[in-house]
Design a protein around this ligand. Sequence first.
Ligand SMILES: [Zn+2]
Length: 65
Amino acid sequence: MDVVRQFTNRCACGWEFRGTEDEVVDATIDHGRRIHNMEATPEEVLAALHEAATTTDPTDEAAAG
Ligand SMILES: [Zn+2]
């Protein structure tokens, strides 16, 4: 069994994409470039994805900044 985890990413403009982690990362970076003229790194997209996918309390606040 190879169940691939699906992620959904949304943008403030209403754009939404659902797919595997790699697909969402690629689509999000492409969307940012084309629609918002912004360059996102895979690390930024992944961080946002996993932040949205988990609802655990933030324990890493010391790492912020
Ligand atoms: Zn957008």
